[in-house]
Each structure stands twice: as C-alpha cells, then as structure tokens.
Design a protein around this ligand. Structure first.
Ligand code: F6P
Length: 319
C-alpha cells in the first residue's frame, strides 16, 4: 500500500488528534504516504487533501477537537457525492482510508469499501454508543468533564440547599449520564434505556432532605424529556428549589484524558497495520482491554446493551 487517507467525521471527540497522529506516524514509519482529508467526507468530495508529514502532527496529542476538522456530510449520502469521492481517491492515488467517527461515518466507510476502497474505521464519539467496542475515543474525557461540572454544581447547590438537574449529551445512549452519575454520586440518573417515575425521583429528594442532605444531583440524558419542565415539576412536588444546567458542547471539548490518548494511539497504529495486511471493511474496537477488529456491517448490527448492573448499583448507592 503506497498511500492511505485519513479523515474525521461526525461530532468531534477528544482524542481524535491522538488517533490522527498515530495513523500519520505509524504510516510514515512503514514508508506509506499519509494524506490528510479535511472536513470529513465533504473534504473528500471536494479534494481538500494534503500529504501529512511528521511535523504536521507535532503538538496535537494533547489537544481536543480534530486538526483535520469534521462535518456531517449531506452530499456523501447521495450516490453522486460518493461517485465524486471515489474519483478523488483515485486521482490522489489513495488505496486505503482510515475513518475516525461514529456509526454514520462507519456506514459511509462501508459504502466505500463496497466500491473497492480498503477502509478501516476507528470509533471516535463521546457517546460510547457503538456496541461492538467497550469504549469509543472521547467518552472517558467527556465523563471526566461532566464529573468536573458536577463537582462545581454540587458546591453551589449545597450552599443554597438546592436540587440540580444536569443534562448531558449522548444522543440515544445513556452511558455519559450513567458513568458520570455513578462517579459523581448522583441521586437519580434518568436515561433513555430505562423508564423512570417522577414520584421516585421526588421521594428520594425528600428523604435526603429529611436526613439533612443539602444538595441533590439528578443526571438527565438529552432527549429523555425537557429538563426545565422536569425541574418545575420536581420543584412543585417537593418544594425544593431546583436549578437546571444543560452542559451542551462543553462536553465535546478539552484536552483528552490519558485513557483516550492511549486508546487513540493504539487504534491509529492498528488501523495502519490492518491496511498493510490488505484488510478492509473493518472497524477497530477494544474488548476486555484487548484491541480487536470486526467487519463494519456486523459491528453496526450489534445491539448496544445498557449496563443494567451498573445502573442498579447507582440506585443502591443513592438510597
Ligand atoms: O454524537 C455526538 C454528539 O455530541 C451527541 O451527543 C449530540 O446529540 C450531538 O453530537 C450534537 O451534535 P451537534 O454538535 O451537531 O449539535
């Protein structure tokens, strides 16, 4: 293999830069040209591509975001867009492609592999919603960012004797709320995977107050319900002043954690190794602390299992 392209696509995630660095450096180490594709599939369609050298990825391992920029490409969803992309890959002599992103980005990589381009996917999304892998790049950093926010909210919440609803990202996956909620000692964790009773949430708040508790944190995954309406309802039922913090895009930024940098570095180098072996249409994951790879389509078909044991533990520890 003479030239490999690398792109980041979909929502950015801390650690994507470390993955790009690993692809570039291990490619160059193996005498392979690495071509950086800007703004995901949009840059591929438009030929926004430059060869990368060792210094182009210097000083990025610790930075959040993605130095290649990213996009959610509408044009790539069309057959015409994909034809343009295939033509550009041919013109630039790119035989293998590393796609760093989430499920939508992987679906795009799958289509290119069917058209004969060797593709490898690296899971980069804060949501941790790819079922075939235990962790996606960015998730650990985001959980730590949320945890830091919870600690700060807890300070002010205690001072005022308030309850706080903290809304976090995750799309249809409650992992960010679950992990940050367990680590942050949340009273209640409301996620899309589990039904919840508002009465149960209120009962816990009242019980906590009656034994002298001054703060209460309620984790809420985006999309489960309106955080402000929920806050009003809780306040009406309990009489406890309830504030809402929607953390938003702060969760996507920041320096990647050591875990994410290591995960990204291992996955980036493994992607180059797989392409050198001629492998295609695969995604890389981490299962039981071991790097693994799997067919893209099979991986996308694996159903995400919510960690019910961990969820049950949060209930026991927050009585
Ligand atoms: O998939 C990552 C994610 O951050 C989700 O958690 C969130 O729902 C979405 O992206 C937000 O996307 P955007 O940055 O396009 O608003």
């Amino acid at each position: 293999m003479k030239a490999i392209g690398v792109l980041t696509s979909g929502g950015d995630a801390p650690g994507m830069n470390a993955a790009i660095r690993a692809v570039v450096r291990s490619g160059i180490y193996n005498n392979i040209k690495i071509m950086g594709i800007q703004r995901g599939y949009n840059g591929l369609i438009n030929g926004d591509i430059k060869e990368m050298d060792l210094s182009s990825v210097a000083d990025i391992i610790h930075r959040g975001g993605t130095m290649l920029k990213t996009a959610r490409s509408e044009e790539f969803r069309t057959e015409e867009g994909r034809k343009k992309a295939l033509n550009v890959l041919k013109v630039f002599g790119i035989e293998g492609l590393v796609v760093i992103g989430g499920d939508g980005s992987f679906a795009g990589a799958g289509m290119l592999s069917e058209a004969g381009i060797k593709t490898i996917g690296i899971p980069g999304t804060i949501d941790n919603d790819l079922a075939y892998t235990d962790y996606t790049i960015g998730f650990d950093t985001t959980v730590n960012t949320v945890l830091d926010a919870i600690s700060k909210i807890r300070d002010t919440s205690t001072s005022h004797g308030r309850a706080s609803i903290v809304e976090v990202m995750g799309r249809h996956c409650g992992d960010i709320a679950l992990y940050a909620g367990l680590a942050g000692g949340a009273e209640s964790i409301i996620v899309p995977e589990e039904s919840f009773e508002i009465d149960e949430v209120c009962k816990k708040l009242i019980q906590g107050r009656s034994r002298g508790k001054l703060h209460s944190i309620i984790m809420l995954s985006e999309g489960v319900g309106n955080a402000f309406e929920l806050g009003k309802e809780i306040e009406d039922v309990t009489g406890i002043e309830t504030k809402v913090t929607v953390l938003g895009h702060i969760q996507r930024g920041g320096n990647p954690s050591a875990f994410d940098r290591i995960l990204a570095s291992k996955m980036g180098a493994y992607a180059v190794e797989l392409l050198m072996k001629g492998q295609s249409s695969s995604v890389i994951g981490m299962k039981h602390n071991q790097l693994m790879d799997m067919d893209i389509h099979e991986a996308l078909a694996v159903e995400k299992k919510f960690d019910k044991d961990m969820y049950a533990l949060t209930k026991i520890l927050s009585i």
